[in-house]
Design a binder for this molecule. Sequence first.
Ligand code: MLT
Length: 233
Amino acid sequence: CLSPSLLHLYDVSSSIVVIIDILRATSTIATALYNGAKSIIPVDSVAECIKLGKQMDVITAGERDGKIADGLKYGNTPLQYQPEFIKGKTLVLTTTNGTRLLHMALAEGAQGIITGSFCNLSAVCDYLAVQKKNVILACAAWKDRVNIEDTLFAGAVISRIKNNFHQNCDASQIAETLYHQASNDLFAFMRDKNASHYLRLMGYGLAEDIKFCLTTDNANILVVYESGRLLLR
Ligand code: MLT
């Protein structure tokens, strides 16, 4: 599913939903949990993030349009969440597209939600390869406009585990084809295609964020959504 606006066309309630937001929500989520975060509470508004920050002993963080959201101290760069900062802490996170998509999946009755990023690509593929349910690779995109990086990740997953599944949508073929064009150097591909969020984040001086988020298995854990929280499993 290349855009959240198409999610309602899929049979979400009987599928495993992989939330994909490569730049940067699901990369940050994998990194924070890999580095010892106790859990992550994904919320779909800045107001809710701030409210929980007043009620609980948590770290609140979030971005809108790629910048730290007004009223919050921390943003959505995965490099912020090093062990010495995040170990043992609960993070409340809100992002422009990624946490919004997760809540859309919940509203559509998703039963099994995991998060996917290049940071935890192998863990995601190993988990999906042994599942006996349908899988929806849900791209957070950018404000419902299809983006390159999330599509590339979906293609990477498909290229690894397609023999375990019957593919029943052209989006899978599109994603896999795009990934095979880019897989030698994802960063160069994003640069050469003037990918929209690549340009936006480069404009903010966040090249290191992009390189980190396009690196495979640098936070290779399985992240599952359970009872309102994202957890390392
Ligand atoms: C998103 O939700 O699209 C991302 O988190 C945006 C970002 O972190 O730049």
